[in-house]
Design a protein around this ligand. Structure first.
Ligand code: ADP
Ligand code: ZN
Length: 760
């Protein structure tokens, strides 16, 4: 038998063994795609190994078709996926899935589009031949486009497929397939990003670049932490280092946290490397991603820029992987496989002998500790370029503000005055609130009942229905009844976890009292409040609700960059990376969101967010200021963020993690067990924990729980969780695997997260 091991797209499944019948003369190489039977279906899988050990009585099925004779996925990427599956306890098919371009399970290597053109022999007057008006109209359009038009364009202009088919049958039009490589830069690039190539580096940048180049030139695996304050010019260092690595004949991968940051960095790379750049992120259409992936695979590019999954880009000669804002939580995938892009980058670089540069103004505790321990080379940029000073941070104690101004205050007097001042000087303002929606809770003033999601244990957030951009909420006390009925239709209460949505109720469902109140401020309410406070200002909002439409984010950001917007309100999407020189004030509506969460990383996240957002101010010639509203001005993460004092933060936070035995001092694995009832979930979790606690085993870790997960119900299911905590991940994984193997019926109800970032 000629046996191969194949990863198939079935969740949680290990590799399957197949026989390659002799009608296929060559064994497909690792990375090739094959069509294989799985149960009653036929699926496209990926070869991950040869000669697997199949027991003598295993009935191996035959491969049905070999789709590639060359590796489709490079063998090195297959190896990386195997590591991901093992480390993060995911199925190999899940891991291979993230490395494949979106359409590769279909067979054709390229995406094509249909082009329709009028046939040449067509006379200039087809009118007399009994054509319908639509057919005549279509021919008119095609006469104006001698090279033909894509069928999709014709469809947009009202010409359907059936019209074209009838014309084709009569020989009046011809259709052809054309390889379709769209250019995602065309739309994504911010128009005014121009790189100033002749400017001199600052002394610090120069020294950092020299150290990093030396590491790159060794051609061996190295990790460097580039710790540079906001505005210190890290991007320029990345670009110069990338150029050097390319000159050495190797390729560069630049990972960025969010799509929001990609356009400007991508445009800078475009100006430095021209056509030899590819872009990979999830906001591209499937076709665009596929085209870009193929360009990388063919070796047409030197540089790839992208978000998390770009770490699997099929580059063959990777010499440098840059992870910008390495602390950013978007590098962690929150569905299976739950990998961390930064950590996968390091594993990849180790296998390929490349340099990793982790860049950040606020490194994660994990990375900073590795640097402090000498595992990573530390490179620092302590000053902003051109001697610009860091923004001064002023705290506003909101407890005092409420006492003096009443509990309804959203924007403090200090912040209002500062905004007015900036507007009068025609400078720009960024206002951050890390919570979207209008108001974040609805409750009854009579009985206190809150309006919760029927499927999840969270309160619903009130949003404006789409299309309604302005207006007050429906629950105002003085309003007329009919008016309230009418208005409440325009508002929706929505769950941010399962997307459940319903009309905002007009009366309490429990006690029927008509005294519903909204509480908790979201970005939409801040936006409206600012419009009312500053009617002359141009206010725009950026959060996941406002930028759902493709391109919407780029539009708002370029308007802001062009000075056509005065105040930008938004969630953490606007906190990072952006470089808007005319912003001289950043306001933070509530620094405390997150501090109350039962998560040991809450202080770290607050510190990072405040430092990042304060880093948006004063990046141009005029100095910047940040005003931070908080209920806990004495909290250490807020205090040290104000001073932008990373070292002190690190010492304090690490001491806390040591005393509590939290990462990075130990490793964690989180397991969430789902059930239809609480008892069901709790029982299943208890069974697994008993298995893990088996006294016979020599235990190098401890088990915490089971306990109800903080989000006790999600999408209608009850959730109970437990943790494994210890210093040897391999032993922890192994024990968990054994426990699951002993209860195979429970496996599909368990979600495992190795190195969890969010514990919900
Ligand atoms: P960071 O990513 O470290 O926050 P950026 O890379 O965004 O900082 O740089 C901040 C600003 O300084 C940008 O506008 C950039 O164009 C500018 N800049 C970078 N290096 C220099 C330099 N050597 N001289 C002048 N301006 C620079
Ligand atoms: Zn829900």
């Amino acid at each position: 038998m000629r046996l191969i091991s194949v990863a198939v797209p079935v969740p949680r499944l290990d590799a399957l063994t197949y026989n390659v019948p002799h009608r296929f003369p060559d064994l497909p190489p690792v990375g090739a795609r094959v069509r294989v039977p799985v149960g009653t279906r036929t699926l496209v899988g990926c070869v991950i190994g040869h000669d697997p050990t199949a027991g003598p009585d295993t009935e191996t099925r035959d491969v049905k078709e070999v789709l590639d004779h060359e590796p489709f996925l490079p063998a090195a990427i297959v190896e990386l996926c195997k590591w991901v599956a093992e480390y993060y306890m995911a199925g190999i098919g899940d891991a291979i899935g993230v490395a494949l371009p979106p359409t590769s399970r279909r067979v054709s290597g390229y995406k094509t589009r249909r082009i329709v053109a009028a046939t040449p022999h067509l006379g200039s007057d087809p009118g007399s031949r009994g054509l319908t008006p639509q057919q005549r109209e279509a021919l008119g359009m095609l006469a104006a486009a001698p090279a033909g038009l894509p069928a999709s364009v014709l469809r947009d202009r009202g010409v359907g497929a059936d019209v074209l088919r009838r014309l084709a049958v009569r020989g009046l039009v011809a259709m052809r397939a054309e390889r379709d490589e769209r250019d995602p830069f065309g739309r994504a690039a911010l128009a005014d990003v121009v790189r100033d190539t002749d400017r001199a580096l600052t002394g610090e940048q120069d020294a950092a670049l020299a150290t990093l180049s030396r590491l790159a030139e060794t051609g061996t695996f190295q990790v460097a932490l580039l710790h540079g304050v906001t505005g210190s010019g890290k991007t320029e260092v990345y670009l110069r280092l990338a150029e050097q690595v390319c000159r050495l004949g190797r390729q560069v991968l630049l990972l960025v946290p969010e799509i929001a940051l990609t356009p400007s960095v991508a445009a800078l790379l475009r100006s430095a490397f021209g056509e030899r750049v590819a872009i990979q992120h999830s906001a591209l259409s499937g076709g665009e991603r596929h085209d870009q992936w193929q360009r990388i695979r063919r070796g047409d590019v030197d540089v790839v820029v992208g978000t998390r999954s770009a770490v699997f880009a099929p580059l063959a000669r990777t010499g440098l992987i840059i992870v910008d804002e390495e602390q950013d939580s978007s590098y962690k995938q929150d569905e299976t496989p739950r990998y961390h892009g930064r950590d996968v980058a390091i594993v990849r670089a180790r296998a390929e002998g490349a340099l990793v540069v982790l860049g950040s103004a606020t490194p994660s505790l994990e990375s900073y500790q590795n640097a402090a321990a000498g595992k990573y080379t530390r490179v620092t940029l302590e000053r902003r370029v051109l001697d610009r000073s860091l923004a001064g941070v002023r705290l506003v104690n909101m407890r005092e503000e409420y006492a003096e101004q009443g509990p309804e205050v959203i924007v403090s007097r200090a912040l209002v005055a500062a905004i007015r001042d900036r507007l009068s000087r025609r400078e720009q303002v960024v206002v951050l609130l890390n919570r979207r929606g209008y108001s974040t809770a609805v409750f009854c003033r009579q009985c206190g009942d809150t309006f919760e999601c029927p499927n999840c244990s969270v309160s619903l957030t009130v949003h404006r229905a789409s299309g309604l951009s302005r207006g007050a909420p429906p629950l105002g006390r003085a309003r007329h009844d009919a008016e309230r009925v009418e208005e409440s239709r325009r508002w929706k209460a929505r769950c941010h976890y399962c997307n459940y949505s319903n009309d905002v109720p007009r009366a309490c469902r429990k006690c029927a009292a008509p005294y519903l109140e909204q509480a908790g401020v979201g970005t939409a309410k801040v936006e409206q409040h600012l419009i009312e406070l500053f009617p002359e200002a141009r206010v725009r909002r950026v959060d996941r609700d406002s930028v759902r439409r493709r391109g919407a984010l780029t539009t708002v950001l370029s308007k802001f960059a062009a000075g056509e917007v005065d105040i930008l309100v938004g969630t953490q999407m606007i906190a990072k990376g952006h470089d808007f020189p005319r912003v001289t004030l950043v306001g933070v509506i509530s620094a405390d969101i997150g501090l109350g969460l039962a998560d040991f990383r809450a202080a770290e996240r607050t510190f990072q967010l405040l430092t990042q957002v304060a880093g948006r101010a004063g990046r141009g010639e005029r100095a910047g200021e940040a005003i931070v509203q908080t209920l806990y001005p004495e909290h250490y993460s807020i205090q040290v963020a104000c001073r932008q004092d990373y070292a002190t933060f690190f010492e304090r936070e690490l001491a806390y993690r040591r005393s509590m035995r939290y990462p990075p001092v130990v490793a964690l694995i989180n397991a969430v067990v789902r059930g239809r009832t609480f008892a069901d979930a709790a029982g299943a979790a208890a069974t697994l924990v008993r298995e893990l606690d088996a006294p016979a085993r020599d235990v190098p870790f401890i088990v915490l729980g089971p306990a109800p997960a903080p989000l006790g119900r999600l999408r209608g299911e009850h959730r109970v969780q437990f943790f494994l905590k210890g210093t040897r991940r391999a032993a922890m994984r192994c024990a968990l695997r054994d426990a699951l193997a002993a209860h195979p019926r429970l496996e599909r109800r368990v979600t495992i997260d190795v190195d969890p970032l969010n514990v919900l």
